[in-house]
Design a protein around this ligand. Structure first.
Ligand code: HEM
Length: 339
């Protein structure tokens, strides 16, 4: 799953050139980066722990990959006599890397290649780890419910089934036409929020209502979205993974909740008890892409395969909380057969 989500995010968000250079080994390097998100690292990220050493090696390798691509692009532009010209790279497929390569800092100085490469690593990490964890959890929950896989398969047949048994390729608009699949993605993000702790540094004193306490500036506050996701106040039988609880539920955007932080109008999301993508100023920028990516990947898998427990004692594995991303404990193994 890590490979699938990384390759799709790389191709769609970062372009063909980046995708061509990513191998399965790179997915393992991203896993090493994930494992560097230990809670202790928010206090002392420099600790000489084995996980931190692996994290730093992975960061260097991935950064090197992007630096290599930047260098190759510069060489191509030099050959065309366009390096540093206003239109450099404009005859190539536009992507995030070209955009960053042409960006300038606030003082007008060109962005440094090392910073560009590090940002590209971070962006792919942002798009990859949480989707990979969510896809894995969904596959595991579906393995425990083979009959639901058949319902999802039927939904796909109604949506794009062709005579003779095949399917037409998925299109962008199809995502809105697979409510059960969307419910399964939403439910997975509720029960298995990959980012379940959100932290903020206090900038101004915060009085705690109804008490004499004031939280002073400089402290770090942590909110766990999973507490709300597992609350009976908001969800009936919250511990049960049930995609059908989302049937017919549409969350309307209220005007007073809409805000523009400088990249288009978004819902602050602070009123909702459903917060897998966070809320407020730092709410996830990749939410729509994540739904699109996960629905497409899972629809493709359901169309082609059936997932089965490996033996009678098989259960959905417990959560591995050793990093800040709540992933399934490895090895999480399922059996598959082609339809
Ligand atoms: C299932 C998939 C995903 C989940 C569950 C998820 C979750 C989150 C959460 C909870 C936050 C807020 C963190 C905070 O408030 O401190 C966040 C922020 C962010 N996410 Fe995602 N995300 C997902 C996919 C993506 C994708 C696909 C991208 C890239 C296209 C992305 C890019 C980002 C970025 C750049 C931020 C930081 C925003 C900021 O600090 O202003 N995420 N994500």
């Amino acid at each position: 799953m890590a490979k699938v989500t990384m390759f799709t995010a790389a191709r769609t968000l970062q372009g063909e050139e980046v995708r061509a250079q990513l191998t399965g080994e790179m997915a393992e390097l991203y896993h090493d980066l994930d494992m560097g998100f230990q809670p202790v690292n928010f206090v002392a990220p420099w600790l000489p722990l084995p996980a931190n050493r692996r994290r730093d090696v992975a960061q260097k390798r991935l950064r090197g990959l992007y630096l290599g691509i930047i260098e190759a692009r510069r060489a191509r532009e030099l050959e065309k006599g366009k390096l540093g010209q206003a239109g450099d790279g404009e005859d190539e497929e536009p992507d995030m890397l070209w955009t960053l390569m042409r960006s300038v800092y606030k003082d007008g100085a060109p962005m440094e290649d090392g910073d560009t490469a590090s940002l590209m690593v971070a962006l792919l990490l942002g798009g990859q780890h949480s989707s990979s964890a969510a896809g894995t959890w969904m596959l595991l929950e579906l393995t425990a419910r083979v009959e639901l896989q058949e319902e999802l398969f039927e939904e796909q047949r109604r949506l794009g089934g062709e005579e003779g048994g095949g399917f037409r390729p998925l299109e962008l608009a199809d995502v809105d036409k697979m409510p059960l699949m969307m419910g399964a993605v939403k439910e997975t993000l509720r029960v298995h929020s990959s980012i379940n702790s959100i932290m903020r540094r206090v900038k101004n004193p915060i009085p705690v209502p109804g008490t004499g306490y004031v939280i002073p500036p400089g402290r770090t506050m942590l909110a766990s979205t999973s507490v709300m996701h597992m609350s009976e106040e908001y969800y009936a039988r919250p511990e049960v993974w049930d995609p059908k609880r989302w049937e017919g539920k549409v969350e309307e955007d209220r005007e007073e909740d809409m805000v523009d932080y400088g990249y288009g109008t978004v819902n602050k999301g602070t009123r909702s008890p459903y917060l897998p993508f966070g809320a407020g100023r730092h709410r996830c920028i990749g939410e729509s892409f994540a739904y699109l990516n996960l629905c497409t990947i899972m629809a493709t898998l359901v169309r082609e395969f059936r997932f089965l427990p490996t033996n009678e004692k098989w259960v959905v594995p417990p959560t591995d909380y050793s990093s800040m991303f709540a992933m399934a404990t490895r090895p999480a193994i399922v059996k598959w057969e082609r339809r």
